[in-house]
Design a protein around this ligand. Structure first.
Ligand code: PLP
Length: 359
């Protein structure tokens, strides 16, 4: 099979080694005499897998002992509800940072539960910049501050962690495990798995223990972090196969040298791509340089009429799924952990050749 580089924003590319491992284990998992998809989540084989999976993630992210790690369903979008349900804890207001499409969705859901204070809003700059932190309007009565460290669609990523006097909540769906972070700075970190953790169907939630246990009344029992934490994320049947894939991804990441090693490669990959874009008049990226995403790189062709030809020719070179989100247009290259440096090299070479032929 040819090496294909898939730049999909999510569900996204998996490492070839992980796909091969999944393939080799598909019919019979460990000593279970059945596929991992066919066994009970409460049996010894799956329980061992789940425990090792959590241990590996704790080791990778250096998660302190006073944090619970949950393996849930409902996607990152379910956390847009679970966060206010669990974190309001008697308060009626919360702070939200609006820097893109996903923050906006979190805000829309947050408003169903509380009064939302927008600390800063990047709508006017079309999600290409983040207002200086010193100018944010943070309501000190807010129960928490929610933000999106990496906006997947516009390619806008924080280069710092906001320091606030209340629990900090981060939707890390598209940049978890891509760089080292200090978990202790956060109240809640959550991420849908289909970008940097594995496949869709699983959401990882890392939550500080003292924030668990006082949810809003009359909400679904599954949406209470305590239900999930007290039952090791197995109050009901969990998403066993996505959980298994996450375990194989964490093992792969450890073998690659962990998050620090991955961060270095991610930096190099992003630098190569942005450098090429900046040096050309044919391609452009509108995001303020220090907030450019290392995971999602949107770019425009100077002549939009060439978009379809670009996509066709790229696909013929085994570079697929480069079409940009409809709200931004142009192209988007998502270069999560699974994208090897060689994939970015191949894209850069293709882009240079395409420019020569069509400029
Ligand atoms: C993809 C994405 C989501 C949506 O995740 P679902 O798992 O589909 O709910 C939310 N936030 C961010 C930052 C994303 O990239």
């Amino acid at each position: 099979m040819n090496q294909i580089y898939n730049f999909s924003a999510g569900p996204a590319m998996l490492p070839r080694a992980v796909l091969e491992k999944m393939h080799s284990e598909l019919l019979e998992y460990s000593n279970a005499r059945a596929s991992v998809m066919e066994i009970s989540h409460r049996g010894v084989d799956f329980m061992a897998l789940a425990q090792k999976c959590e241990r590996d993630l704790r080791e990778l992210m250096k998660i302190p002992d006073n944090y619970k790690v949950l393996f849930l369903q409902g996607g990152a979008s379910a956390q847009f509800s679970m966060v206010p349900i669990n974190l309001l804890r008697g308060k009626t207001k919360a702070n939200y940072v609006h820097t893109g499409h996903w923050s906006k969705k979190a805000i829309t859901e947050g408003r169903r539960y509380c009064e939302v204070n927008i600390c800063t809003n990047s709508t006017d700059n079309k999600y290409t910049d983040i207002e200086d932190f010193s100018n944010w309007k943070i309501d000190s009565d807010g129960a928490y501050l929610h933000y999106t460290p990496n906006e997947t669609i516009a390619g806008l990523e924080f280069d710092y962690i906001p320091e606030v006097e209340m629990p900090l909540v981060a939707d890390m769906s598209s940049n978890i495990l891509s760089r080292e972070i200090e978990v202790a700075k956060f109240g809640v970190i959550y991420a849908g798995a289909q970008k940097n953790i594995g496949i869709s169907g699983l959401t990882v939630v890392i939550v500080r223990q003292d924030l668990i246990g006082a949810p809003l009344a009359q909400q679904p029992i599954l949406f209470d972090y305590a239900t999930q934490a007290n039952n090791d994320s197995m109050y009901n049947t969990p998403a066993t196969y996505p959980w298994y894939v996450a375990s194989r991804m964490f093992e792969w990441l450890k073998a690659k040298g962990g998050i620090g090693a991955m961060e270095k490669i991610n930096q190099i990959k992003a630098q190569k791509l942005y450098k090429m874009i900046d040096e050309s008049d044919f391609y452009s990226n509108p995001v303020t340089k220090k907030y450019r995403s290392r995971m999602n790189v949107p770019f425009l062709l100077a002549d939009e009429k060439l978009n379809n030809l670009f996509l066709e020719k790229a696909a013929a070179q085994n570079l697929i799924t480069l079409k940009g989100h409809r709200s931004v247009g142009g192209m988007r290259a998502s270069i999560y952990n699974a994208m090897p440096e060689a994939g970015v090299d191949s894209l850069v070479n293709f882009m240079q050749a395409f420019e020569k032929e069509n400029a």
